[in-house]
Design a protein around this ligand. Structure first.
Ligand SMILES: Nc1nc2c(ncn2[C@@H]2O[C@H](COP(=O)(O)OP(=O)(O)OP(=O)(O)O)[C@@H](O)[C@H]2O)c(=O)[nH]1
Length: 339
């Protein structure tokens, strides 16, 4: 196996496919306000470039990794308090962003030469009126449109146009802030050298998982990992070569694991892996797969081996993250003594 640079990271910030809650609230509030101000039954936000949802892609998150969600739409329909994601028809929003006007308004799509046949007009939701205010920049982190729609032909009042433009500007600022906060959160939880979760992320996740263990009464396993003779490796090949080895080890650790497992750099040459809902036997299998992955890797300065300590909290045990940590640490040192 050749070690590459393409990092396959187990990202600490968003361990699941749950939606980004803050973005959800933002979209709900802005679509509600736009509908109120413009008195339209349907409101929609189009993401035309970049990601509003700042969840970093997970290795297992194929649609994100493939960029499928690069463009998407969130709709608010009459009587709904939630926005729903549905990629309907981008032709109108795309056209709105190529004009020089900040606001595009088409009173009757049904008699419009360019858009009478657009899917949004002829199919669901069958709209006749469309107005869109652009936000973001084509060269920036994101660009999109805040759109108000109606199933009948109509127009906006001057104050409503101004209101829509103001809302789009505010949405742009909030999304930019949302991006910055997400980036900072990500940095705070990421190990700068290897790109996987850091000690802080590990502590948070272990707390979450031990609470889940208590609720679900499922076993919870932990692997504590130490690189063998790493001081010698550094001394023999230099600190930069040691850094590269740590980066490669972090990548390799992620390969044989499940998407729900969590890999972190615990500190120095130590790594930790949380295995939710995994009994002792499963944890031993995971450790064996890790040893095998490292054995099959090609190393520039001779093989690197690991000492792996395994501990499991059984369903009937009281959840105690510290106890789990102590047991795994102890098991790791026992393993090392036999190396
Ligand atoms: N290159 C590099 N080395 C690091 C980093 N963090 C810690 N180390 C080194 O990791 C080594 C850890 O050494 P020890 O704790 O003695 O462990 P060891 O040499 O692996 O010995 P055993 O654990 O008994 O196998 C030290 O030489 C640290 O300087 C890092 O970010 N980069």
């Amino acid at each position: 196996m050749q070690l590459g640079n393409g990092a396959r990271t187990a990202h600490p910030a968003h361990p699941s496919h749950e939606p980004d809650e803050r973005l959800g609230r933002l979209l709900r509030d802005f679509t509600a306000l736009a509908g109120q101000i413009c008195e339209t039954p349907i409101v929609m936000v189009s993401q035309l470039h970049g990601h509003f949802d700042t969840r970093p892609p997970l290795a297992s998150d194929q649609p994100y990794a493939a960029g499928i969600f690069e463009r998407c739409q969130w709709w608010r329909f009459p009587g709904q308090s939630e926005v729903v994601r549905s990629n309907n028809d981008f032709s109108l929003c795309e056209a709105a962003t190529v004009t020089s006007a900040a606001l595009t308004e088409i009173g009757d799509l049904g008699s419009h030469a360019g858009f009478a046949g657009a899917p949004m007009v002829t199919g669901m939701p069958g709209v006749r009126f469309y107005a869109a205010a652009i936000f973001g920049q084509p060269q920036g982190n994101f660009m999109g449109t805040l759109c108000v729609l109606d199933r009948r032909a109509r127009s906006l009042l001057p104050g409503q146009r101004m209101g829509l433009l103001t809302l789009a500007r505010q949405l742009e600022e909030r999304l930019a802030l949302h991006h910055e906060v997400a980036q900072l959160q990500c940095q705070v939880l990421t190990d700068a050298l290897t790109g996987i979760g850091n000690r802080r992320a590990f502590d948070q996740r272990l707390g979450d998982e031990s609470a889940r263990h208590q609720r679900s009464r499922q076993p919870l396993s932990l692997l504590m990992i130490d690189v063998n003779f790493f001081k010698q490796y550094n001394d023999a090949h230099g600190h930069p070569a040691g850094d590269v080895a740590l980066i490669n080890i972090a990548q390799l650790l992620c390969i044989p694991l499940r998407g729900s497992d969590f890999v972190a750099r615990y500190g120095g040459d130590e790594f930790a892996i949380i295995l939710p809902e995994t009994p002792e036997g499963g944890a031993h299998l995971a450790a064996e797969r890790i040893h095998e992955t490292l054995r099959n890797a090609s190393w520039p300065h001779g093989e690197i081996t690991l000492s792996i300590g395994i501990a499991t909290l059984m369903p009937e045990e009281i959840s105690d993250a510290q106890l789990l940590l102590q047991r795994a640490d102890q098991a790791m040192y026992t393993f090392k003594r036999h190396c």
